[in-house]
Design a binder for this molecule. Sequence first.
Ligand code: FES
Length: 170
Amino acid sequence: MAMLSQRQVLRFLVPRFATCVSRTTISTIPRNLTRIHSLTHSRKRFCSSVCRDQKETVMVYFIQEDGSKLPGKARVGDNLLDVVVENDLDIDGFGACEGTLACSTCHLIFKKKDYDNLPEAPTDEELDMLDLAYGLTEESRLGCQVIVTKDMEGLEVRVPQGIADAREPS
Ligand code: FES
């Protein structure tokens, strides 16, 4: 795929960005434009409202240590970190590195059958980061690396009691 110049990227993104962040103040836009530019070279995270409405959604549930269940409306194609962020779920310290595979704070534990049914196996990079996660199990994954699929309706994932941020010195 041909690389776009920064000007082309910004010309393409600014109208869409304005739709997506309509509640933010103008003063936050320059800071966020830099982030958007970097995202265009990775995975698309922003889309227009038309695109958003057309996406299929499923319900997933995040089970906390005290047994409480946090429901999240998940768009197919998003990852589980996106679901936590977009549903504004109150999970302490979750997703500290914003999905850049640098922290392991998005550690989630699946039921065995759900883990076995995940469409993609963890990459070596994810496994390396999982090794640093708090409370690692055989059915652990990093939420930022698990993509939501249509057959995840009703999925329940456990949130470990503690977090280990791999970026912080021990
Ligand atoms: S959010 Fe940091 S590794 Fe997933």
